[in-house]
Design a protein around this ligand. Structure first.
Ligand code: NDP
Length: 446
């Protein structure tokens, strides 16, 4: 049995019901085997065994009341995975699919992603199986207040700093922050993703989408190419997808798809600035469905229950959720001429799909590198909060671009295969692993 098989057997026996977590760990273990073989100290110190065990998991009851006065109960979680290089940092997800294994996969990925940003942030993730869809603003507020009534005792600007993720946008961060401030009697940067006029940072809403496009641009530049003139397929229609479309448009590309959990729209004419503004209103204010796009804009089609990967495109930006690109989808993308995949979502491609991209030697930017822009600007929001200052929009955007460039350089350093090809999976995993592992060695057995 290989070392990877042995390790995965050990992990699966300990955590049998967490397939997403196993998937995320397996990718890292496969990438770092040569590093472990070169430096036996990491195995002697059981670094991987320690990395897959969260430092702490908080699991709590969230009771609340709906608008009809009926009692409701959800489950709240916070997985504090690693504080080796900084306080725990990572988003909160509110979605009916949330369970411990999903949050452990996200927290595990977050540890390496945060290390890649070069900022001093550990990794964590949290959330609830609460589904904000179809709930009124006051129900969402009461839920957020109930959730924070327990979470507040475990977080703080030097301990654990949550942010948004699926189902947690500006509205939810506002309600969560309000309750934190009231319970702690302090105005501090214990959450990021705050609105600009009460402690937020310029470019934070845009950061994940913009960062994924900057990363795609870096990857394309390696082959002397760029986003300009490229046809792009984007999935999702939430925060990450919206700002991916905005940045692609700014760089001269054309996005032809969006989706949500109901289906996908295809608009061969391109989702221009005006159409994007309409989508933002639909999704962020009216909280409507993407199917309405095809009714509003002539020439656009809606494919119920479908994902957008059958469309002919040069670049794909999966920006909805995990495992949304199957092996068949990956093969279709490659067959249709896709030369670059930059993952705005976390782990959107199944392992067999990743292999398809690697064998085709297309530019494949995995989530923990390509979508690190969001947490990077969260780190910059923390820096601004600590200084009691706000930086200009251009300054934050400049930092974001610089960070995405440095992440690309780290992938190049550890993942270069030959003159023409970088294995970003290996590059990102090894770079992130080394930073966290060396900090763990230095800090002793804690
Ligand atoms: P949003 O809640 O704003 O949007 C999520 C989008 O994905 C919606 O269009 C949603 O459709 C769709 N979606 C969610 N679940 C599914 C599903 N099971 N099947 C099909 N579509 C689905 O979330 P974000 O844009 O913030 O997050 C998107 C992805 O990006 C996630 O993987 C997240 O972890 C990742 N990410 C986000 C960061 C951030 O800063 N926000 C940072 C780094 C990564 P519907 O409305 O129908 O549910």
């Amino acid at each position: 049995m290989s070392y990877v098989d042995d390790f995965m057997k050990y992990l699966i026996e300990k955590t049998p019901a967490e397939p997403e977590f196993h998937q995320a760990v397996q990718e890292v273990v496969e990438s770092v085997v040569p590093t472990l073989n070169r430096s036996p100290i990491y195995r002697e110190a059981q670094i991987l065994e320690r990395m897959v065990e969260p430092e702490r998991v908080i699991l709590f009851r969230v009771p609340w009341m709906n608008d009809k006065g009926e009692y409701r109960v959800n489950r709240g979680f916070r997985v504090e995975m690693s504080s080796a290089i900084g306080p725990y940092k990572g988003g909160l997800r509110f979605h009916s699919s949330v369970m411990l294994g999903v949050l452990k996969f996200l927290a595990f990925e977050q540890v390496f992603k945060n290390a890649l940003t070069t900022l001093p942030m550990g990794g964590g993730k949290g959330g609830s199986d609460f589904n904000p869809k179809g709930k009124s603003d006051s129900e969402v507020m009461r839920f957020c207040q109930a959730f924070m009534s327990e979470l507040y005792r475990h977080i703080g600007p030097n301990t654990d700093i949550p942010a948004g993720d699926i189902g947690v946008g500006g509205r939810e961060i506002g309600f969560l922050f309000g309750q934190y401030k009231k319970l702690k009697n302090e105005f501090s940067g214990a959450l990021t993703g705050k609105a600009f006029n009460w402690g937020g940072s310029h470019i934070r809403p845009e950061a994940t989408g913009y960062g994924a496009v900057y990363f795609a641009e870096e990857m394309l530049n390696v082959c002397g190419d760029s986003i300009e003139g490229k046809v792009c397929a984007v999935s999702g229609s939430g925060n990450v997808a919206q700002y991916t479309v905005e940045k692609v448009n700014q760089l001269g590309g054309k996005c032809v798809t969006l989706s949500d959990s109901g289906g996908a729209i295809i608009d061969e004419a391109g989702i221009d600035e005006g159409k994007l503004a309409w989508v933002m209103k639909l999704k962020n204010e009216k909280r409507g469905r993407i199917s309405e796009y095809a009714k509003k804009f002539k020439g656009a089609k809606y494919l119920a229950g479908k994902r957008p990967w059958n469309v002919k495109c040069d670049v794909a930006f999966p920006s909805a959720t995990q495992n949304e690109i199957s092996v068949v989808d990956a093969k279709t993308l490659v067959k249709n001429g896709c030369i670059c995949v930059s993952e705005g979502a976390n782990m959107p491609t199944v392992p067999g799909g990743v292999t398809v991209f690697q064998q085709a030697r297309i530019c494949y930017g995995l989530g923990k590198a390509a979508n690190a822009g969001g947490v990077a600007v969260s780190g910059l929001e923390m820096a601004q909060n600590a200084q009691h200052l706000t930086w200009r929009r251009e300054e934050v955007d400049g930092h974001l671009k610089g960070i995405m460039k440095r992440i690309h350089e780290a992938c190049d350093e550890h993942g270069r295969v030959d003159k023409k090809y970088i294995d970003y999976v290996r590059g990102a995993n090894v770079a992130g692993f080394l930073k966290v592992a060396d900090a763990m060695l230095a800090q002793g057995v804690v």
